[in-house]
Write a new protein. Structure first.
Length: 440
């Protein structure tokens, strides 16, 4: 076997990496000798490692521990555009960090994501699980991951993913109850709008009360499951059933007789609650029930009108913010104390004539809500543009219903913040904008 001379000289500690071993870096005076010895060095490397190795000629080209292939892969995975062929090559990188970065890329091809779903690194598979382009086969594979820790981490992220197919939902809830994270996964699945009714029926009988409660809140939960859950000894579960808009009227009537006031409140807040229950709750002694009726957008107008004589300020506040509040009652509430008037001014259904009346309110919070209102009439906006409160004037400039002539007026103000808002307004005339840019 050929033996290489010590070309580095005594005391040399310079090392570079190339291939599987280390070799002393030769000083400049020894470069010709290195070139002559290169064939022998190649043969020696072949005998030791079973491959070829090039003896470095010249100074080191990279630092210890930084392989040039990995450096190129890091640069490639960070580029703005990545071809499918390059992505397929990066998927076989020895670096888990590079494969993880690849799985994070929005343009990562579905075929590559399917390959990465079998990756040995949990972090890589977790990134694949939340990628919007991950193929169905990859999702199903991740939902049946063999490792308990990996399955718990990935399954929760898959369960929260939008557009999850039913087959994956069924696979996700197949975890044993002994796994702590399985409860969270089942809860996420039970909350999904697209969860199949049969799967919700199964989850409604789960050993975890949190899972049963999540199933009870789902609008697709079968009626027989809701009836069974309504008999639960857990108040939180009965509240979830009472708040479900798919809950049938007979069951809501039964729940309104529940001993827990919070269950009865959930019934009165339910937009599917029958009118006769709402009528009874609107006259209840417990203010909690009256508050629920006053804030329910499905409460009939005649019931809300009757509640306008309620002596409780919180009930009147709820009425003022209810979009179903009748215009006649809104007119009455416009003469109530300031918090009620401010709540009324923020009601999206508040009529223009009442907003115009509230635009002259002596309290700034009321006028500010009027200036913010998308339905505020132009006459009120013109009035509020000269308001003494700077906050009200700023709200007028933000309001997308503000007329162009008011914007022209506001542009002449010395307030930089106000001018900036006016310049961004969609109704500002182009001629005004061009003139302002020429003069400033």
């Amino acid at each position: 076997m050929a033996v290489l001379p010590d070309l580095a000289g005594p005391g040399s500690n310079q090392y570079v990496r190339k291939g599987p071993g280390r070799h002393p870096a030769a000083p400049a005076a020894a470069q010709p000798l290195v070139a002559q010895a290169q064939p022998a060095a190649t043969q020696l490397c072949s005998q030791i490692w079973g491959g070829t190795c090039q003896v470095p000629v010249g100074p080191p080209r990279w630092s210890h521990g930084d392989h040039p292939d990995l450096a190129a892969q890091r640069a490639a995975v960070s580029t703005r555009t990545l071809s499918p062929a390059a992505a397929a090559g990066l998927a076989t990188s020895v670096s888990a960090g590079i494969r993880k970065s690849l799985a994070r890329r929005p343009d990562c091809p579905a075929e590559v994501l399917g390959q990465l779903s079998q990756d040995k690194a949990a972090d890589v598979r977790a990134e694949v699980a939340v990628h919007p382009r991950c193929p169905l086969a990859g999702l199903e594979r991740l939902s049946r991951d063999q490792s308990s820790g990996i399955r718990q981490q990935v399954a929760a992220r898959v369960a929260a993913r939008p557009g999850l197919p039913p087959a994956v939902m069924w696979a996700l809830v197949g975890h044993p109850n002994a796994e702590p994270a399985a409860v969270r996964v089942k809860m996420l699945v039970a909350r999904r709008k697209g969860c199949p009714a049969e799967l919700l029926r199964q989850l409604s009988s789960d050993s975890s009360s949190k899972v049963r409660e999540a199933a009870a809140k789902n609008g697709r939960c079968p009626q027989e499951a809701l009836e069974r859950l309504a008999r639960s000894p857990m108040p939180a579960t009965r509240i979830a059933v009472a708040a479900n808009r798919s809950c049938p009227a007979p069951l809501l009537e039964k729940l309104y007789r529940d001993r827990e006031v919070l269950v009865r409140k959930a019934v009165a807040s339910n937009r599917s609650c029958p009118p006769h229950i709402l009528q009874a709750a609107s006259r209840a002694r417990d203010v909690t029930l009256r508050l629920a009726v006053a804030g329910n957008p499905s409460t009939p107008a005649e019931i809300l009108d009757g509640m306008g004589r309620d002596s409780s300020p919180p009930v009147l506040l709820k009425l003022a913010g209810n979009p179903a509040c009748p215009p006649g009652l809104m007119g009455q509430l416009a003469g109530r104390p300031e918090p009620i008037r401010a709540k009324l001014a923020g009601n999206p259904a508040c009529p223009p004539h009442i907003l115009g009346r509230l635009a002259a309110d002596p309290n700034v919070p009321v006028r500010l809500k009027v200036a913010w209102h998308s339905g505020c009439p132009e006459t009120a906006l013109r009035q509020l543009a000269d308001d003494r409160s700077p906050d009200v004037v700023l709200a007028v400039a933000i309001n997308q219903s503000c007329p162009p002539d008011v914007l022209d007026r506001l542009l002449l103000r010395k307030n930089p913040e106000l001018v900036e808002l006016v310049l961004k307004h969609r109704k500002l005339p182009k001629a005004t904008l061009a003139m302002w840019q020429l003069t400033h």
